[in-house]
Design a protein around this ligand. Structure first.
Ligand SMILES: *Cc1c(COP(=O)(O)O)cnc(C)c1O
Ligand code: SF4
Length: 365
């Protein structure tokens, strides 16, 4: 019988992303080797797994506090019974992506850019995932035939100048497959920038190899957005991955989701944002948690996000402040929701509040 795989950092294969991916924790049995679970917890997790799968890289699991179910890493990775609760406003496809999908794998909502969903695989299945309706349903990667159809759509629509490769997580694909997709997109003359959305720097940072960054460099301009939610995700390994991306000349942004009990305080958010900027990662969006099924326990009131950014704006570098947005239900797109600094405005003057709450007037020309 094969010995049980050593899932600790002592394993010589720890820095091999293919090993990390192949040894993800996907069952309650594997999980209970790492943390103590009662029979009741095991049953609850198994119940959740009937609707959304679990996968945790040994790396991400190593960041978890072992006996604290409120630990932010734990809560993002391990199913909780609350996922089986239905909230009145829950929706299967809250962003109505199916409606805006002219061909499979493409979402064309904004005039000049498309979302290109190339895989349903992720290295970790985040418990708060927006696309839990489809992500993790088998290990589906786009077929060559589907790829050609999607490319034909992009070729035909000359208004598309920005292609956002997402999924799932595109960086779970082997370099060769990814390069094939990127090079085909790059060959389309009217496509200006290519973007990749990935959580790999957070959950499997060893995926950012020299081979990968050298390959991506050939297809500039490329931008990458990643997804850190909590300062304890910023480790030496994650930092090395971000630095390698930025050093390859690829601007790196971050999109966080505001999650109740995880990052819904200005203290935690400030620490996260400053650490991101230190790594040369630009905070891009902070998302209000959307209406996907089974994530109601993560949602906060909209005012809380507005207030967190209001408390930080002006006190820390402007570069560290993301835009707080609600991805509007039913496919309305991202809508910025901000603290209102304008108290009054007419033809003569604008009366405003500064970051300290003091009033200033600007006379209209
Ligand atoms: C978020 C998103 C984009 C990209 O929007 P930006 O604001 O440019 O980052 C494009 N298409 C869809 C469908 C999206 O949801
Ligand atoms: S990496 Fe992104 S797409 Fe994948 S499960 Fe997490 S949030 Fe969803």
């Amino acid at each position: 019988m094969k010995d049980r795989e050593d899932l600790s950092i002592a394993n010589p294969l720890w820095n091999d992303w293919k090993w990390q991916y192949a040894n993800r924790i996907t069952t309650v049995e594997q999980l209970s080797q790492l943390i103590c679970l009662s029979e009741k917890e095991k049953d609850e997790i198994n119940l959740c797994l009937q609707s959304f799968r679990m996968a945790i890289t040994p790396y991400y699991a190593s960041l978890m506090k072992k006996d604290d179910s409120n630990d932010p890493i734990h809560r993002q990775a391990i199913p909780s019974i609350e996922e089986t609760y239905l909230c009145g406003n829950d929706m299967e496809d809250p962003l109505n992506e199916e409606h805006d999908s002219p061909v499979p794998h493409i979402v064309h909502r904004y005039p000049d850019r498309v979302l290109f969903l190339v895989t349903l695989q992720c290295s970790m299945y985040c418990r708060h995932c927006t696309r839990r309706r489809t992500v993790g349903e088998g290990d589906r990667v786009i077929t060559e035939k589907e790829l050609q159809k999607a490319l034909a759509y992009i070729r035909k629509h000359e208004e598309i100048r920005d292609v956002l490769i997402s999924g799932g997580d595109p960086l779970t694909m082997p370099d060769a497959k990814l390069e094939h997709i990127i090079s085909e997109i790059r060959a389309i003359e009217h496509v200006d920038i290519i973007r990749i959305g990935t959580r790999v720097p957070v959950v499997m940072p060893m995926r950012i190899t020299n081979e990968l960054t050298s390959m991506l460099k050939k297809y500039q301009p490329i931008w990458i957005n990643t997804h850190f939610n909590h300062p304890s995700e910023i480790t030496r390994e994650a930092e090395a991955a971000c630095m390698a991306i930025v050093d390859a000349g690829i601007p790196l942004g971050n999109q966080s989701v505001l999650l109740r009990g995880i990052n819904d305080s200005s203290k935690i958010m400030k620490e996260l944002l400053l650490k991101l900027v230190h790594m040369r990662v630009r905070p891009y969006y902070l998302y209000q948690c959307d209406l996907s099924v089974g994530i109601g326990h993560f949602r906060t009131n909209v005012e809380e996000g507005i207030e967190i950014l209001h408390e930080l704006t002006g006190y820390i570098s402007g570069y560290a402040i993301p835009k707080f947005v609600i991805d509007a239900p039913a496919g309305g797109g991202k809508i910025p929701v901000n603290y209102n600094y304008v108290i009054q405005k007419d033809d003569k003057e604008v009366v405003m509040e500064n970051y300290r709450g003091e009033t200033y007037r600007y006379p209209q020309p």
